[in-house]
Design a protein around this ligand. Sequence first.
Ligand code: PLP
Length: 373
Amino acid sequence: MTNDPLRWVRQDIRDIVPYQAKVYPEGVKVDANENPFPWPQRYVERLQQELAFYPFTRYPDGEAKELRQALSEYTGRNAAEILVSNGSDEAIQLVLLTFGGPGLATVVSNPTFVMYSMATRYMGGNVIDVPLNEEGNTFRLDVQGLLAAAAREEARVIIICNPNNPTGNCFAEEDILAVVRGTDKIVIVDEAYYEFAGKSLMGRLDEFPNMVIMRTFSKAFGLAGLRVGYTVASAEIINEIHKVRQPFNVNAFSQRAATIAIEERTAFEAQVKEVLAERETLCAELGRFAWQVFATDANYIFLRLPGSTKEEQVRRAAEIHQGLMDRGVLVRKLGGGPGLDGTLRVTVGRPEENRKLLAALGDLADPSTGGWR
Ligand SMILES: *Cc1c(COP(=O)(O)O)cnc(C)c1O
């Protein structure tokens, strides 16, 4: 008898290519869209006090009442309409557990955040891709295509990432609302980068009972390491999602840290302002290379390298990615999907980090051709 326990692994799980996150403690890490600044001084001091006095020996509040109350004030929604999770990665999972599953489908618009497809697949569902339309230096939703996909019997959840990762742009609000209005299936609007874009559909929730908004503390609020996200929808939808989450899905420290982050938000808002100012400089500088620099509403920039063939673009992107790594700068190399060949995504870093990135690029690329010196 053979003894190969792996043959009992579900075939669709075996087929999944795992998500690979990079640890890069020494260099300039501009690959994961994190807030590049250290925590504000007062915020650090308040958290240090918590460590000494908070009852961490006890289980956390499974209902996260205090954090949901803080989020209620921040979002203008009722606490009963808010569910917190271990990052919004968990929120995506929870919504798909509630509404999706084997034989059911999630509608996404690639290129977009890969976790939507990954979570759909490991939950046994199928992905229906309605690709974005590339128009000039931005991307547009295919509203008719999305509605046709949503109308399919097996479709349950449509996910719109706004601003979109990795392309950076916000979609036209009327396009998103045309999708939400045109289907009665669940439409998730992932607003992970809301604080950078300043645009939100939070104020429209009452009009659309099928709309679910997700946000995270991982980006503007700088808590990526603490894993806190939240989901806002009608109290009825939120009640259903509560049934599939672990009772203590967000640990006590992260709950306190997120609550205090809301209280200290003016300090984080100042960091966001600085990132946005840096972004303008960086976009302009990147424009000196003969690359396609896409419009962005977020804290990252989507770039496509020139080339007369796809293969050439892919090769150049790989070379620049490696060349930057050799010079201590980690950016995200994308690929493997339509529109992603030969592209890179660069997070806006601190001023000195952006200067290092530009110096390394100047060292690598010939601005006139996008090729090598
Ligand atoms: C980073 C990111 C998330 C994940 O956030 P976590 O809260 O850290 O899990 C969700 N959606 C998008 C589009 C992101 O870019």
